[in-house]
Each structure stands twice: as C-alpha cells, then as structure tokens.
Design a protein around this ligand. Structure first.
Ligand code: MJT
Ligand code: ZN
Length: 289
C-alpha cells in the first residue's frame, strides 16, 4: 500500500497491512447498540471551556479538513464527563461520505449520519506533549458530534465558507476567533467508551465521548429536493432566480466533498469520503450519563 487513504487500493481494508493494530482490541469507530449501553451514575457533566483566540489555522491534510488550535498552554480545555484531569484542545476535523446516506464513523443501532465532527484533546495534566499523550491509553479524548441532514447550520458556515481557499492537500489559511462550542448541540448527554484513532496509526489511546444529540447540516441533495418541490409549487423555473449567496448556503456538505485529497502537482482527486467503518466491540462496555 503506497500511502493510506479511502480509495479501493489504500482504504480501511488495507490499513492492517501497514498498521497491524487495525485488528486490535480497542479500535474505533463502533456501532453503538443503545440497548446494551450501561448508565453510569459516576459520569459527570461535560465541561468544555474554549477560548476563541486559541484558533490558529484551517487546513486540508488530504484526509480531512481541520482547524488547529494553540495547545502550548491550557487556554482551551475539556474537563468533566468520564475524564479525570484536564484535556487540552488540539484540533477539530470532520468525516463525511459521497452521499447523505453515510458519512459518520460511529453508528447508532446500525444507523449512520451524513457526517461527524471530532473535537480532539490530549491529557496535558499527565503528559507533556500531544505526541507523548497519543501513545498512552488515557492520552487522548475525542468528542464526536453527529451531523444530520436538515436546515443549513449558520455556525458551520464559518468553516464551509473557507473551504474554497484550502481545496488542495497541504493548503492552510489563518483561522482565528473561533470557539468550537458553537458547533455543539443543546444537550451534552453522551456515550463513552475506550477506543482508538480512526485513522492510521490507529493508536489505542482515545477516550471517546459521543454526543447523543446531532447538529444539522444541509447538502445539495436535500436542498435540490426542497427546491424542486418549491419549483413544483411555484410552477416556475425558480432555481436561477436564487441569488448565488443563498445558493452557496444550501451546499454545505457538498463543499466538504469538493476538497481535494491530492496536492498541487498531482492529478486532482476529490476527497468524496473519509470515514472508517465500525469495528468489532470485542467485549468493551459503552457507558452513558
Ligand atoms: N478521527 S480521529 O479523531 O481518530 C483523528 C484524526 C482523523 C483525521 C485526521 C486527523 C486526525 C488526528 C487525530 C489526532 C488525535 C486523535 C484522533 C485524530
Ligand atoms: Zn476523526
């Protein structure tokens, strides 16, 4: 396998050839069977506390688009929930599919959402760097938020409106004054389990915190259906009368799909999907608050 990706020749089924831990005992993502989750009264409320000034850049690393934060000090942290100690915000990124029927990494009773946001933190109380923490069983904490097809999400526009400036792999742009809490749902109820990175090197060092309530995102498929219905009502070819700005808004998810997984000097290839399928639970418990 040349370099891992999500295509037929280098996708999740091949990753074990280079990263044997792909068949490990605490791999992610998983399909959360809600009937088998266990209520744990010792689980505390989640307490995200982010400073918008920590946001630094938005980038396309060829596998996803991420917003990177200044993690040299404890300015933006996550505490509470299943965590003991303080976990420092490192980056956020997204996973999506080539159509609205799949795209999330975790599933709930076999149901996949259209996309998934991951908010990545590392245990800055016990470890001195992200790289060191990524090698420890309690080193990382990732909060996952499901994106469900529906109304356009104005908060998400802060990200999707910038994607056309970082279409090519390796491109980055300044991105500050952004508090990722704006992308969290009203309820911070969650499921939690011990897992791994869902991308190579698939390190088994992540405490996963999956929020139960999704946030909304719109995509051209759902918008196209809505507009066609509207056009039917109006009996007019209404589409071309919509100002481009508004047309822009109705294709949030399409903008993720138009990112390139290739660099400047390569043949352009769209990053149409970047999710790993659910992995075996291997006896792990999924707790809920
Ligand atoms: N999906 S993931 O949260 O395991 C993940 C990444 C996924 C895509 C691109 C970069 C990622 C970096 C991560 C760093 C730490 C933990 C998870 C990470
Ligand atoms: Zn992720």
């Amino acid at each position: 396998m040349l370099h891992w990706g999500y295509d037929e020749h280098n996708g999740p089924a091949h990753w074990k050839e280079v990263f044997p831990v792909a068949n490990g005992d605490r791999q992610s993502p998983i399909d959360i069977k809600t009937e088998e989750t266990k209520y744990d009264p010792s689980l505390r409320p989640l307490n995200p506390n982010y400073d918008p000034a920590s946001a630094k850049i938005i980038l396309n690393n060829g596998h996803s688009t991420s917003v990177e934060f200044d993690d040299t000090v404890n300015k933006s942290v996550l505490t509470g929930g299943p965590l003991s100690g303080t976990y420092r915000l490192r980056q956020i990124h997204f996973h999506w599919g080539s159509n609205d029927e799949a795209g999330s990494e975790h599933a709930v009773d076999g149901m996949k959402y259209a996309a998934e946001l991951h908010v990545v933190h590392w245990n800055s109380e016990k470890y001195s760097s992200f790289v060191e923490a990524a090698r420890q069983s309690d080193g990382l904490a990732v909060m996952a938020v499901f994106l469900q097809i529906g109304e356009c999400n104005p908060q998400l526009n802060k990200i999707t409106d910038r994607l056309d400036t970082i279409r090519i792999k390796g491109k980055r742009a300044l991105f500050t004054n952004f508090d990722p809490s704006c992308l969290l749902p009203k309820s911070l109820d969650y499921w939690t389990y011990f897992g791994s990175l869902t991308v190579p090197p698939l390190l088994e060092s992540v405490i996963w915190i999956v929020l139960r309530e999704p946030i909304s995102v719109c995509s051209e498929q759902s918008a196209f259906v809505r507009l066609t219905a509207m056009r039917m009502d109006l009996g007019l070819t209404f589409w071309f009368k919509i100002p481009a700005s508004q047309r822009q808004d109705i294709v949030q998810l399409a903008k993720f799909r138009s990112l390139l997984s290739t660099a400047e000097d390569e043949v352009a290839c769209c990053l149409l999907r970047n999710y790993r399928p659910p992995q075996p639970l291997k006896g792990r418990e999924v707790r809920r608050n």
